[in-house]
Design a protein around this ligand. Structure first.
Ligand code: UT7
Length: 332
């Protein structure tokens, strides 16, 4: 019998209704549509305005839509894994909250924090559980309410991020599809270039941390940009070489959506034409854990069973990696 592999068998998304445009941002800080489009490639992003709703709500909505779309009973879900850097609370985990919201009663699960690489890290985690043979249906949710940690007076970060959630069903298959390989990395020496300094055990919330704006994203953009380009390109090319994949063999590169210039550089290093590089940063900005899943969700109807996809990401930590995925189904 063929070895068990893990496949994405369904995908749904939740996007908040409010659209924050470059025009609106240019009234809030000293920026312009021209600068943002030229330097990053974002036109607009979605923002969850309701102060009483957060990551678990978005993830829960995406999960409910996914269960309905795939005709899956919540009782059959074995595990819930949530990828996020913006959990509703330090504890309970967002996985507990999403499961409760979606009526999932027979599962266990937890959150994974790997910033913008967290979809790839959780896909590998879910894949290992499925390959073990012990678990049959894993709900994988990637969700971030980035607006909750964004300083809308800081032009260097507030133009970059958006809110979104995506839910996916991960199931076993013995066909030659699903997660074929993952190459994942962490390097904590990058911690000073991209972080959120306060609110954890090192610097609990205090008047001082609030006054110093330490509960917002800090990023040294230039430093992160350089490492992101080289690490994402290196690991994606390494994945191609390991599996003897030529550009013609790859249906799509689905990269993390942080900056169009990074995406272009990675596609070029892999020798891929622009038509094979999925880009939707213009409409959603950087939604952290949700960027690659949002691309998959938008592409679902175009993807064909057996398509070779390379997923590639880089994020705070530093964290980075690539996954080689063979798409598992033709959408109805
Ligand atoms: O997703 C996780 C990983 N993160 C990333 O991969 C992000 C990597 N970094 C980047 O994408 C880019 O570095 C940014 C988009 C964050 C910044 O672009 P950049 O081309 O590296 O700009 P910069 O930081 O070098 O700034 C250039 C200039 C500066 O002005 P001066 O010092 O030259 O006068 C900035 O103050 O652009 C200025 N600037 C802006 N101007 C208008 C920075 N942000 C803005 C803005 N509007 N929003």
């Amino acid at each position: 019998m063929n070895k068990i592999k893990a496949a994405i068998t369904g995908i749904e998304a939740y996007l908040p209704e409010y659209v924050l445009t470059n025009e609106e941002l240019s009234k809030m800080v000293d920026t312009s549509d021209e600068w943002i489009m030229q330097r990053v490639g974002i036109k607009e992003r979605r923002i969850l305005k309701d102060k009483d709703k957060a990551t678990a709500f978005m993830g829960g909505e995406a999960a409910k839509k996914l269960l309905a779309k795939t005709n899956t009973s919540p009782d059959t879900i074995d595990m819930v894994i949530v990828a996020t850097v913006t959990p509703d609370m330090a504890f309970p985990s967002t996985a507990c909250l999403v499961a409760d919201y979606a009526g999932i009663k027979n599962a266990w699960g937890y959150d994974v924090s790997a910033a913008c690489s967290s979809f790839l890290f959780t896909l590998q985690t879910a894949s290992s559980f499925i390959e073990s043979g012990k678990y049959k249906k894993i709900l994988l949710v990637t969700a971030d309410k980035m607006s909750s940690i964004t300083d809308y007076t800081d032009r260097t970060t507030c133009v970059l991020f958006g809110d979104a959630a995506v839910a996916m069903l991960i199931e076993p298959t013995t066909q030659e599809v699903g997660v074929m390989d993952a190459m994942l990395h962490i390097d904590g020496s990058g911690k000073d270039h991209l972080n959120l300094k306060a609110g954890g055990s090192l610097r609990p919330a205090s008047h001082e941390t609030v006054d110093a704006k330490m509960h917002y994203i800090y990023q040294d953009g230039k430093a992160v940009f350089k490492v992101a380009v080289s690490k994402m390109a290196d690991v994606s090319v390494a994945m191609m070489e390991k599996h003897n994949l030529r550009p013609d063999d790859i249906a799509w590169l689905i990269p993390h959506q942080a900056n169009l210039r990074i995406i272009d550089a990675v596609g070029n290093r892999m020798g891929l034409p622009k038509e094979k590089v999925m880009v939707n940063i213009e409409r959603y900005g950087n939604t952290t854990a949700a960027t690659i899943p949002l691309c998959l969700w938008e592409l679902e109807r175009q993807l064909k069973k057996g398509d070779n996809l390379i997923l590639s990401a880089f994020g705070g930590g530093f964290t980075w990696g690539a996954v080689y995925l063979k798409w598992a189904y033709n959408a109805k």
